[in-house]
Ligand binder design. Structure first.
Ligand code: FMN
Length: 215
């Protein structure tokens, strides 16, 4: 794998091989992600990793709930509406996805979501309940560190709301203190070769739309 510019090469992988990840690699990824900057070095995040039988049990419950379209909720307020700029990007994302993978591909994408992308490990990130926006910023940096470190270690990832939309199934399997909110989930594993869902590269907004430089 060419790691010359991992920021430009990383992308979400939604078709993951059923191949175990060495626990030491998982620990190394979390260790490296801990280098993320945070407000007064508060490091508000915690990580919980499900693998093996624990993840199989969570996946089974999740698949049932997703297929039955059970109403979901998250412990962090999700976007309830979009303002114009992100709304345009979301619309572009939908259109771009449809043009890249078509209607059948979208069905497959939803199925992959329902089985947690078939990942052999899932990382849950928590932050203290009622955290400030800055702790969310910090945990986002930690999460991105996980994605980049994973890529550097030859692993694919996808951060997904899907993974945390039934918090009960996660809390049933871990001792997560009540004063922590489940913030984000990341599926991780070796990408399935040659699958469109492991190779999709989504475009980004034009720099002129997001950047002002004054000299
Ligand atoms: C907070 C957040 C929630 C996401 N939720 C999902 C999800 O539920 N299902 C999914 O397939 N992808 C999900 N994604 C992945 C995004 O769709 C993806 O990051 C975006 O389209 C950009 O593509 P890239 O990661 O391949 O660069 C999520 C990403 C983030 C950061």
């Amino acid at each position: 794998m060419d790691n010359t510019n991992i920021l430009l090469q990383r992308h979400s992988v939604r078709d993951i091989m059923n191949k175990e990840i060495d626990v030491d690699i998982l620990k190394q990824i979390i260790f490296e992600a801990q280098r993320a900057p945070s407000y007064e070095n508060s490091q508000p995040w915690k990580a919980y990793i499900a693998t093996g039988k624990t993840l199989e049990s969570i996946r089974e419950v999740h698949k049932q709930k997703a297929e039955n379209r059970e109403k979901s909720w998250t412990e962090i307020t999700p976007p309830l509406g979009w303002q114009e700029h992100p709304k345009n990007n979301v619309e572009n994302y939908m259109n771009e996805t449809e043009s890249l993978i078509g209607e059948y591909g979208i069905k497959e994408l939803l199925s992959q979501n329902a089985i947690l992308f078939n990942a052999p490990a899932v990382i849950y990130i928590t932050i203290p309940k009622d955290s400030s926006h800055y702790s969310a910023y910090d945990a986002g940096a930690f999460g991105y560190g996980i994605l980049l470190s994973a890529y550097h270690n030859g692993l694919g990832t996808v951060p997904a709301y899907e993974i945390i939309r039934y918090p009960g199934e996660i809390r049933d399997h871990f001792d997560i203190p009540e004063d922590e909110s489940i913030f984000m989930g990341i599926a991780i594993g070796y990408p399935t070769e040659g699958k469109t869902l492991s190779t999709l590269i989504m475009s980004r907004d034009n720099l002129d739309n997001i950047l002002q430089i004054k000299e």
